[in-house]
Unconditional design. Structure first.
Ligand SMILES: Nc1ncnc2c1ncn2[C@@H]1O[C@H](COP(=O)(O)OP(=O)(O)O)[C@@H](O)[C@H]1O
Ligand SMILES: [Mg+2]
Length: 542
């Protein structure tokens, strides 16, 4: 395989020995197959009536979910084309936070139909350009079909969040979680250059088993999952001045084994006194800065704890670095690396710092922060698995609300928008004509995979549903008609409150088209062998 042949028929070695190569239809088929396997895996999970997958990682930990991003995150794929499908899910999740399954299933369908076209001897580049044109047309249609949302229309935002969570196993708590998600996103939304920006990375999520999903709460501030270090310290400090320290409050032990000969008790006392004095000086330094709370990323010596307790300072140690950063942002404080440098202006501020019991553990709540845009969602549920699923549901809810806040447009779900796109794209195909027409039609058929799969997963007859949708979409206001997976009826999805951010759908179409095109354009796969250990003393051959 590593040889090319000259015109005279002589082989020329251009690739390293052992390189594997697949070309032409063989390479394509192999790629399509791998990519489609990934989309087949996800297909049965699409929609509120989709099934779950049970994933077991190499350590034996079990995750049960139907979240596309989570599933692909757990499974280890080898094949490069399959990896590209996993990438689609990742991109979709990073960009818009929802619609991962939709994007992957749509890409799989584009490839399946592409393969049929290739079998009819249509060149891949024709398919790719047809898909491109169709996707362009879809983007234009999206512009017309997006419905504007008034951001004060809480009910609509709630419906968007609930639609995103319908497929997650959070049951009746959906409503409560949606309310929390809206409040959290509103809290972190800021105006930048006349635009609204909602960066949900600013929302901290803390999970704790115990109680129920309905006890999930929004905390306006930061939660540190640590206890106060000393029982003599105050449990609650109002008008907190917070020192954020990144160095240990300990006296460094000597590096080498020093032998100190102590001949009488006074010497011993003097030696201990020195250590104690140094620790006391450290605490005095903290107190002098005006701090009444110390959050330390490193350790705190027992003696230092004792002195701080005496001075009424609330302290905790071994705070995670990521939490320290969040705390710095929230309280307006500066993380100080050297205690000597601690100045009053480095201190952060918060209305209240308090240790509270959450489940079996104690946590420190830093509330009424200087920077009001720092919020934490404390997720509660009876079982660990429930807590994890609730976190995924919350992630989707936060993402879709942020999408709507930033872009202000929604579309009807339940396959309504996909059916409408197919309807708009089909006549366009005829207009383009030629061989590309077939590819554009294939694109229109492919996008209907969404309503078809929603129907299939709900145990409905997919053909009946598709036919029903097509005729419903011909009528006035037909563009809102989708399939209600719970009753099997074709209904106005907007009225029913099954609505999704336009951005999620746009991104799904974009990334699915791009990845399918990328896979389609490959006709040669050249894989290097894994490097072998070189035998000692052997000269490499050239
Ligand atoms: N009540 C509902 N009736 C019909 N379809 C729904 C309903 N709720 C959500 N959907 C649809 O389910 C699909 C999303 O399913 P989901 O499993 O979350 O996949 P994704 O990872 O693509 O978001 C969307 O097409 C959405 O419109
Ligand atoms: Mg979803």
């Amino acid at each position: 395989m590593a040889y090319l042949t000259t015109q005279a028929g002589q082989p020329v070695l251009i690739l390293k020995e052992g390189t594997r190569r697949r070309r032409g239809r063989d390479a394509q088929r192999n790629n399509f197959m791998a990519a489609r396997i990934i989309s087949e895996v996800l297909r049965s999970t699409l929609g509120p009536r989709g099934m779950d997958k049970m994933l077991i990682d190499s350590l034996g930990d079990i995750t049960i979910t139907n979240d596309g991003a989570a599933i692909l995150d757990e499974i280890d794929v080898e094949h490069p084309a399959a990896k590209m499908m996993v990438e689609i899910a990742k991109t979709q999740d990073d960009m818009v936070g929802d619609g991962t399954t939709t994007a992957v299933v749509f890409a799989g369908e584009l490839l399946r139909r592409a393969e049929e076209l290739l079998d009819q001897n249509i060149h891949p580049t024709v398919v790719v350009s047809g898909y491109r044109k169709a996707s362009q047309k879809a983007m234009e249609a999206f512009k017309e079909l997006g419905i504007s949302v008034d951001l004060d229309d809480r009910e609509t935002l709630k419906r968007v969040a609930i639609t995103a969570m319908t497929s997650k196993a959070v049951g009746t708590a959906r409503n409560h979680l949606a309310e929390i998600a809206i409040d959290a996103v509103k809290q972190i939304t800021e105006e930048r250059g006349g635009r609204k920006v909602a960066d949900i990375d600013n929302i901290q999520i803390i999970k704790k088993e115990g109680k129920s999903l309905l006890d999930t709460e929004l905390v306006k501030g930061i939660i540190v999952d640590k206890e106060i270090v000393h029982p003599g310290m105050p449990k609650r400090v109002e008008t907190a001045k917070i020192a954020l320290l990144d160095s240990p409050l300990e006296v460094e032990k000597t590096e080498f084994d020093a032998e100190i000969r102590i001949r009488d008790p006074t010497q011993m006392k003097a030696f201990l006194n020195k250590e104690t004095r140094m620790l006391k000086e450290m605490v005095d330094k903290i107190k002098a800065s005006g701090a009444n709370v110390l959050l330390c990323q490193k350790g705190i010596d027992d003696i230092a704890q004792h002195f701080m307790a005496k001075k009424g300072i609330l302290a905790t140690r071994r705070v995670k670095q990521s939490d320290m950063e969040k705390l710095a942002r929230a309280t307006g404080g500066k993380i100080v690396t050297n205690l000597e440098d601690l100045e009053p202006e480095d201190l952060g501020e918060a209305g209240m710092v308090e240790e509270r019991k959450v489940g079996e553990d104690k946590m420190i709540f830093v509330e009424e922060c200087k920077h009001p845009r720092s919020v934490t969602i404390l997720i509660r549920a009876g079982l660990e698995r429930m807590v994890d699923e609730a976190e995924r549901a919350m992630h989707d809810a936060l993402s879709v609300i942020a999408d709507v806040v930033e872009h202000n447009k929604i579309v009807p779900g339940g396959g309504a928008i996909e059916s409408e796109l197919a309807k708009v794209i089909r006549p366009y195909a005829t207009k383009v004509g030629g061989r590309e027409q077939l590819a554009i039609e294939a694109f229109a058929d492919s996008i209907e995979v969404v309503p078809r799969t929603l129907a299939e997963n709900a145990g409905l007859e997919p053909i009946d549903i598709l036919v029903g949708l097509r005729s419903a979409h011909e009528k006035p206001k037909g563009h809102l008609m989708g399939v209600d997976v719970f009753t099997g009826k074709i209904l106005d999805m907007y009225e029913k409150g099954v609505i999704e951010p336009l951005r999620v759908k746009e991104q799904a179409v974009k990334s699915a088209t791009e990845s399918a095109s990328m896979i389609l354009r490959i006709d040669d796969v050249i894989a290097a062998t894994k490097p072998k250990e070189e035998e000692p003393g052997e000269m490499p051959e050239y």
